[in-house]
Design a protein around this ligand. Structure first.
Ligand code: MCN
Ligand code: MOS
Length: 769
């Protein structure tokens, strides 16, 4: 499939697609009836507690489980001494394992917090207590706590193999020569600490082996097909012997895009003990053994002429990774295409640290990359005494120069305009420290952002039952985004019904496989295929109706018939028709069903296998056009002149995301992203205890995320139009877009308020002194 060999789905004026529709799972969630993965209790279920290493590097020299084993209710203590073999699972994005670490397979310790044992007991309390009695002795070896350690060594793309193909170093023109010749230059470095997803729902695994060797796992996941593949690989099972169930996800933000080692060891325990086992990570374990956004250091050089036209740009991005794996935080990739610049280069380097393998966190790459690029653009605007929007307009790119393709649609100019108007940007005094409110210095800053629109084949099914119920079903996830609501809207469009008359079932690998709710691509992949499946069902109902003798529909051409309000009727005379229930009963059918997938011609096995990998992920410029979402962010901060406290006062975001499928859930996504990114700007930092080589604040008391009192008024504006090249419904990515540009807009506002440029996140009060 290329991004142009589809025809657009016609969305008529009153269609439920695009209508502001409240999230259908909202009530179930706030009343506690939505059942999350950890709330399933298979019969005979036991509880597990994880034992994790207390040293960052070395080997286990002895492990004493005797006391734990003798505790009441304890059924099993698994360590590397009695664990059974696990087989390697393919690593994300080629598979769904986020870490190559196979837990409890040897005595080696790579990071503090690494799983070293699992206690299984009758109750949660017994398991938790017994886990504290497992005594582990270590021989500690030298370790690299973080990238600033003198023994830390950095390395580059040359060693990156397959993963590197995903984000190659990019060069256009001759940036070094152009920089040397540029009349105005900027050479700056930005940095950011480790960021943690801090989802409300803890990671958990509930594993159940049937006597026939089938594994069922309740696991909160953004990708049931990926999770199924990873379990199948760990245990060398055929895909159809694994089922992953995850109807709701209480926040994933990337951390539940793939699986972490604790899931493997829980399933192993369930098999060994012969009963279902549930493990829920503790909050500190969630920090230390799932994969966070790594710390970054980004070096940017900009060259421009006196009018502010960029002549050169280089972006060198460094991120931490683990000793086991190479994780690329792709912060530099978009820098060479965001603005029009003839000479550009982006490049990656890495530093290995003794910490868990990092992973995707909302806007991986784009969030911190846009912090660096959009801060640098602000610094250049200051140096040139240009309005920051004006500088951006002078470098507006009308074409993807990196991949040499036209943009599909680009509403960034409109986004600047709408955002600036809503914010009141024209009243800004450009001089730092020029605006105040009592003891507070007021600052206004802006930034832009872009987010790639990926696509991936996906599938969904639609059924009409004999009782008239209409059901959409797919393995896709709703992680709080609105998938349930969207798919009801889409089916409702096809059947001419209100959206709340459609049932939607998601988050079960037994349903048709879907792409990951990741890379902000699921809505764009799943809504068109659901439309196709619903249309196929509708067409079959029409066809069946026309075969029913003795009815006014008998013998009619499909073009003479239409569907609406649960009926097939004469297109010209809507009162003359048959209910779906009547049609099914007259034909003696239990249901009419269609499943559609967008893989095209591919064998059944290849199709199944490819749902567990992102190897066929289609990049934004894969088709005839380059497809991106765009953002423009405006922030107001107040900085207390005496105390240095920074308060966020106002945020306005204007976004081009193509067709908005549901303005209510889309707005909620964008607000959520903006809030999360303001946490990165002002509050969030994983603090490394360099002496112990471990995270010093693995909890929500000391890893500070924004709460209601930190969040001001946020305004969201839509500046796009349906995109004929993104997918048949013309939507573009939203889920991560709210993150991009926000940290820079806030940092730029802080500069405007105070004259202080903070290049190291978060912007804490001590950096104001
Ligand atoms: N939408 C829309 N119109 C569009 C595109 C999307 O109305 N043109 C709305 C829909 O409500 C859709 C939602 O935005 O359900 C997100 O769609 P999309 O951009 O396709 O993103 P995904 O469905 O792939 O969701 C994943 C994305 C990612 S990658 C992260 S990380 C993230 C995010 O969504 N994590 C989240 N949003 C999150 N929201 C919540 N509540 N929790 C998370 O963990
Ligand atoms: Mo989102 S970080 O791509 O799951």
């Amino acid at each position: 499939m290329t991004s142009t060999n589809f025809s657009q789905i016609d969305v008529g004026p009153g269609s439920p697609i695009g209508a502001a529709t409240r999230r259908r799972d909202g009530r179930d969630k706030v009343t506690g009836t939505a059942r999350y993965a950890a709330e399933f209790q298979p019969e005979g279920m036991l509880y597990a507690a994880l034992v994790t290493s207390t040293v960052p590097s070395g080997t286990i020299t002895a492990i004493d489980t005797e006391e734990a084993q003798a505790m009441p209710g304890v059924r099993m203590v698994l360590t590397h001494l009695n664990a059974t073999p696990l087989f390697p699972a393919l690593l994300f994005p080629f598979g769904a394992a986020f870490q190559s670490l196979l837990p409890l397979q040897d005595e080696r310790i790579r990071f503090s917090g690494q799983p070293v044992g699992l206690v299984v007991a009758d109750t949660f309390e017994q398991a938790t207590e017994a886990a504290t009695r497992v005594r582990v002795a270590y021989r500690t070896e030298p370790f690299i706590p973080d990238g600033s350690h003198p023994d830390a060594t950095t390395f580059g793309a040359e060693d990156c193999g397959k993963v590197q193909e995903m984000v190659p170093d990019l060069v256009m023109g001759d940036p070094d020569t152009a920089l040397a010749a540029a009349p105005v230059t900027l050479d700056v470095t930005y940095s950011s600490p480790r960021h943690y997803h801090a989802a409300m729902e803890l990671h958990s695994t509930t594993a159940h082996w049937s006597p026939d060797g089938t594994l069922t796992v309740w696991e909160p996941t953004q990708w049931t097909a990926g999770a199924r593949a990873a379990f199948a690989q760990w245990f060398k099972l055929p895909l159809d012997q694994v089922r992953v169930i995850s109807p709701y996800v209480g926040g994933g933000f990337g951390s539940k895009g793939g699986l972490h080692p604790h899931a493997a060891v829980t399933a192993m325990a369930a098999r060994e003990v012969g009963q279902p086992v549930k493990l829920v990570l503790t909050r500190p374990q969630q920090f230390t053994c799932t994969s966070p956004r790594p710390a970054t250091r980004q070096h940017l050089r900009l060259g421009a002429d006196h009018d502010g036209k960029l002549t050169a740009l280089t972006h060198d991005s460094l991120n931490e990774t683990s000793f086991d794996d190479l994780y690329i935080e792709a912060s530099a990739t978009l820098s060479a295409l965001t603005y029009s610049v003839p000479n550009a280069r982006s490049r990656y380097r890495f530093v290995r640290v003794n910490a868990v393998t990092p992973g995707s966190m909302r806007g991986p790459g784009e969030t911190m990359g846009s912090f660096a690029l959009e801060s640098a653009m602000d610094e250049l605007a200051v140096a040139l005494k240009l309005d920051p929007i004006e500088l951006r307009l002078r470098n507006y790119s009308d074409r993807d120069q990196l991949f040499d393709k036209p943009w599909s649609t680009k509403g960034l100019r409109q986004a600047y305009e709408q955002g600036a108007t809503a914010f009141g940007w024209q009243d800004r005094d450009p001089n730092p420290r020029s605006m105040r409110n009592g003891t507070e210095l007021i600052g206004w800053g802006m930034a832009g952002g872009a987010f790639p629109c990926y696509s991936h084949p996906t599938s969904a099914g639609v059924r009409v039952h004999a009782d008239g119920t209409i059901e959409v079903f797919s393995g896709g996830s709703d992680i709080g985004t609105g998938t349930y609501t969207l798919l009801a809207q889409v089916a409702a469009d096809v059947f001419g019904l209100p959206a709340d008359e459609v049932a939607v079932r998601l988050g079960d690998s037994a349903y048709p496989e879907a792409a990951v709710a990741g890379g902000s691509m699921l809505a764009g992949a799943l809504t068109p295929v659901t439309h196709q499946a619903a249309t196929a069902v509708r067409d079959e109902l029409i066809q069946l109706a026309s075969t029913l003798p003795g009815t006014p529909l008998h013998g009619r051409e499909a073009s003479e018939l239409a569907v609406g309000q649960g009926r097939v009727h004469l297109a010209r005379s809507p009162d003359t028709g048959l209910r779906f229930t009547e049609i099914l009963s007259a034909c003696g059918r239990k249901l009419v069903e269609a499943v559609r997938d967008t893989f095209g011609d591919i064998s059944e096995q290849d199709r199944k296998d490819n749902y567990g990998t992102l190897a066929l992920l289609q990049l934004p410029a894969a088709g005839t056009h380059s497809v991106y979402s765009w953002s423009s962010i405006f922030a107001e901060v107040g900085v207390d002149e005496e105390l240095g406290t920074v308060r966020l006062k106002r945020l306005v975001g204007a976004f081009d995301c193509g067709r908005i499928l549901n303005p209510t859930t889309a707005r909620s996504q964008l607000i959520g992203g903006m809030i999360m990114a303001s946490g990165a700007a002002l509050l969030e930092a994983g603090v490394v205890d360099a002496r112990q080589g471990r995270l010093a604040n693995p909890n929500l008391a000391e890893y500070v995320v924004p709460v209601n009192a930190d969040i001001p008024e946020i305004e969201v504006l839509f500046a796009g139009e349906p995109d004929p090249h993104s997918n048949p419904l013309g939507s573009k990515a939203i889920g991560e877009l709210g993150m991009t540009g926000v940290p820079a807009a806030i940092a730029n506002a802080v500069y405007h308020a105070t004259g202080r440029r903070v290049r190291d996140l978060p912007i804490l009060m001590e950096k104001m002194l």
